[in-house]
Design a protein around this ligand. Structure first.
Ligand code: GDP
Ligand code: IMO
Ligand code: MG
Length: 430
């Protein structure tokens, strides 16, 4: 049986949630393997909107197992609130349908405080984070001072872990002019949340390996996008985790052989939220138009997303680093009505042509896009569910993208609605 990894191939918000929800009909298990509630995934099912941050996007389908893997950083208060919101929308979530890895690091209130304090401290350090404590929690994980889900089960361990974290955090907070952490207050909060979270805690690595042996299909759901990857993204304007497909294995505790197909989610143009380089960014009427037609406002922070033309050069790069086998091209409908569309095919760096984005920040800043132009289409593609519904020029645009990035299109999405999706190749096909 094929297992599929879904990853964002740009700067996030490519429409991963919609595609994961659509694909989850074919899967038995849907597992998040990195990131946290910095993610914002919007699903629209028969007009009802679901906004997910920490929960996997398969959670809305009955009879599926949703998994939060060890590669995720989890804010337990946020998770329980999100579960309540979804329950109020009629979604059933129980310890039978949702599993959280016991070795998942917990985001505590002081992680968010530190994240926001650093962002506000001076403009040089500003990344434009979501302010949700993601970076500080991952730092504590590799610093070996984080509290993990399993630690909640034993009070003595919990106190020990918290004290270990406070040695580091109180020193840091002093430097930033923040009050010391209220140790007893945090401990109390953790003791209160423990019995609510622990029923979901499981050895995820074991359950998933058993599911695989039993022939169950696993859908790995990535958050963010490859250009926000801690190693391969536009550092330091990135998130604090590995986002690329290889992380799917370590983020749940499976071998790399568990991955059969990598589906890259690709917006038909480009967006980015927060600071950092963006070669094809449009600061003109075309950029405004993409933002307005695409409703490009963040699901998590409500910030306006920066918009620009499609960048085939970056896509070649992210398809390589994630080993993408096929892409889902989303938001094609947003391009309806443009006379001319531009696609970036390379960069000019000081008179030299490059076919990739260099790593050095100063070089990235000097890269100017080399465009090719393609005629647009005036007809509507909104809601198209088959190739036959697409205007010839829209098909040309999709085919040109395939050629330029050297990767086939498996799915095309033409509206936020679940069913407004064109299936070209089934990623789950054996
Ligand atoms: P994610 O973070 O990758 O899951 O993407 P987001 O949910 O943050 O952002 C994508 C937005 O585009 C959401 O509001 C989706 O409902 C919407 N969307 C997804 N696919 C399409 C599409 O094909 N066309 C249009 N117009 N909107 C889409
Ligand atoms: P989804 O899953 C878009 C961006 C933030 C910021 C940088 C670091 O919805 O695609 P962080 O809070 O992670 O430390 O912020 O990463 N960012 C995202 N941008 N979509 C996301 O998730 C993002 N998650 C983080 O805007 O620039
Ligand atoms: Mg999003």
């Amino acid at each position: 049986m094929a297992n599929v990894v879904v990853v964002g191939a740009q700067w996030g918000d490519e429409g991963k949630g919609k595609i994961v929800d659509w694909l989850s009909e074919r899967a038995d298990v849907i597992a998040r393997f990195q990131g946290g509630h910095n993610a914002g995934h919007t699903l629209v099912i028969d007009g009802t909107v679901y906004k997910l941050h920490a929960l996997p996007s398969g959670v809305v389908r009955a009879g599926k197992l949703s998994v939060i893997g060890n590669g995720v950083v989890l804010d337990p208060w946020h998770l329980l609130k999100e579960i309540e919101t979804l329950r109020a929308q009629g979604v059933e979530i129980t310890p039978e349908t949702l599993m959280v890895a016991e070795n998942t690091p917990l985001i505590l209130p002081f992680h968010g405080e530190l994240d926001r304090a650093r962002e506000n401290h001076n403009s040089v350090a500003k990344i434009g984070t979501t302010g949700r404590g993601i970076g500080p929690c991952y730092e504590d994980k590799v610093g070996r001072r984080v509290i993990r889900v399993a630690d909640l089960a034993d009070d003595a361990t919990l106190e020990l872990r918290l004290d270990r974290a406070l040695v580091h955090h109180d020193a840091l907070r002093r430097g930033l002019g923040l009050d010391p952490i209220d140790r007893d207050g945090v401990l109390q909060q953790l003791r209160e949340i423990a019995p609510k979270l622990l029923p979901y805690a499981k050895p995820v690595w074991k359950v998933l390996n058993e599911k695989r042996k039993a022939g169950k299909r696993i859908l790995f759901e990535g958050a963010q996008g490859a250009l926000l990857d801690i190693d391969f993204g536009t550092y330091p304007y990135v998130t604090s985790s590995n986002v690329i497909a290889g992380q799917a294995a370590t983020g749940v505790g499976m071998g790399p052989g568990a991955i059969d197909f990598v589906l890259g989610i690709v917006k038909a143009y480009t967006t980015r939220v927060g600071e950092g380089p963006f070669p094809t960014e449009l600061l003109d009427a075309d950029g405004e138009r993409l933002g307005t037609r695409g409703h490009e406002f963040g699901t998590t922070t409500g910030r306006k997303r920066r918009c620009g033309w499609f960048d085939a050069c970056l896509l070649r790069q992210t398809c390589a680093t994630s080993g993408v086998n096929g892409i889902a091209l989303t938001k094609l409908d947003v391009l309806d009505g443009f006379d001319v569309l531009k696609i970036c095919v390379g960069y000019d760096l000081d008179g030299e042509r490059l076919d990739y984005l260099p790593t050095a920040a100063d070089q990235q800043a000097r890269c100017t896009p080399i465009y090719e132009e393609i005629e647009g289409w005036s007809q509507s593609t909104e809601g198209a569910r088959s190739w036959a519904d697409l205007p010839a020029q829209a098909i040309k645009y999709v085919r040109r993208i395939e050629e330029l990035i050297d990767c086939p299109v498996a799915l095309v999405s033409t509206s936020p609605e679940r069913e407004d999706t064109i299936l070209v190749t089934d990623p789950f096909a054996d």
